[in-house]
Design a protein around this ligand. Structure first.
Ligand SMILES: NC(=O)c1ccc[n+]([C@@H]2O[C@H](COP(=O)([O-])OP(=O)(O)OC[C@H]3O[C@@H](n4cnc5c(N)ncnc54)[C@H](OP(=O)(O)O)[C@@H]3O)[C@@H](O)[C@H]2O)c1
Length: 296
């Protein structure tokens, strides 16, 4: 199968922006999708075409997939503790990606590559993970050719640890002994590019170093040059806060439920990433703190 023209959803995100650079470097035609003009501003010079639409709104992506060979979706509600984007992971990730899937079928697109998440047994039941797995099922049932790329944690989701390290106190849910091998967003982008035209149904993606959660926090302290103090927060506190937030801020409620589970269970996938977390943290620690660009 030849894939030259691509609709890339989530092209401004941590993983999507790496993939956009990679695909444009290989001369692919890449049409991107962003919720607002402001969010899209940073990629206008790089994308071949930009569509501005909130894919979670009915009818918003009609026509956006005309003339493309494949969809690559790195679209998902943000996984940071920001208050922006109240909608639950189901209401963004499943609803918006289902709209893309339906529009792809109508436009005769043959292939759907979806950035999902690695479902470790200790946290696959959470609403955040369940949304990804439910979307996978819908794509599987669609009749389109597909691949799902499933990373563990992406380094960008650990950025708050540098802020904690600078403050000298790192809050780590649970006893800090659960293990993980998070992965660089560029390594995830390479895994997505590799299955653009075909490949395994499921591609698990982990990073090069297996660490406990306490070791990740200590790496952040090292990067800012502080000894620091680790405070273990009982996972039950996060679970209770998640319940309290259910009707008030659905996404944060989902996220806290997920964080309580993933930080206290092993999250390990085959190591295909090569870029180390130490270098990511050191680059972040050396850079001046900047406000977040994206809404949600
Ligand atoms: N970060 C992690 O540790 C991690 C680990 C495993 C899996 N994942 C999954 O990988 C995916 C991408 O993660 P990421 O960290 O790269 O996310 P991110 O940096 O928060 O980027 C999310 C992207 O989705 C787009 N988006 C969100 N809602 C949208 C909507 N309603 N309509 C159109 N576009 C929308 C955003 O576009 P604009 O801002 O341009 O509007 C942005 O480009 C998510 O599904 C996430 O759950 C992440």
């Amino acid at each position: 199968m030849t894939v030259q023209r691509i609709l890339l959803a989530g092209a401004t995100g941590a993983v999507g922006s790496e993939l956009l650079r990679l695909l444009r470097g290989r001369d692919h035609f890449v049409r991107t999708l962003s919720r607002t003009e402001g969010n899209a501003a940073g990629i206008r010079g790089l994308a071949s075409e930009v569509v501005v639409a909130d894919a979670a709104e009915p009818g918003a992506v009609t026509g956006a997939l005309d003339g493309v060979d494949a969809v690559v979706s790195c679209l998902g509600a943000n996984v940071s503790m920001t208050l922006r984007e109240r909608r639950s992971y189901y209401d963004v990730d499943v609803v918006a990606n289902t709209h893309l899937l339906e529009a792809a079928k109508r436009a005769g697109v043959k292939r759907f590559v979806y950035l999902s998440a690695h479902p470790g047994p200790g946290y696959a039941h959470t609403r955040y993970l369940a949304a990804h797995l439910q979307m996978e099922e819908r794509i599987r049932a669609s009749g389109l050719s597909f691949s799902f790329v499933r990373p563990t944690g992406v380094y960008s989701a650990l950025n708050d640890m540098i802020a904690m390290a600078r403050a000298g106190v790192g809050a780590v849910p649970g006893d800090g002994l659960a293990r993980t091998n998070p992965v660089h967003p560029a390594d995830v982008a390479e895994a997505l590019a590799e299955v653009l035209a075909g490949g395994p149904d499921v591609v698990p993606v982990g990073g090069p170093d297996v660490m406990t959660r306490d070791e990740v926090m200590r790496l952040a302290f090292d990067a800012v040059g502080k000894k620091g103090l680790i405070v273990h927060v009982p996972a039950g506190v996060l679970r209770s806060t998640s319940v309290l937030l259910e009707g008030i801020h659905p996404r944060l409620s989902d996220l806290l439920e997920f964080v309580a589970a993933v930080m206290t269970s092993d999250s390990l996938a085959p190591a295909r990433g090569t870029r180390p977390l130490r270098a990511w943290f050191e680059a972040l620690a050396g850079a001046p703190a900047s406000p977040r660009r994206s809404e949600g």
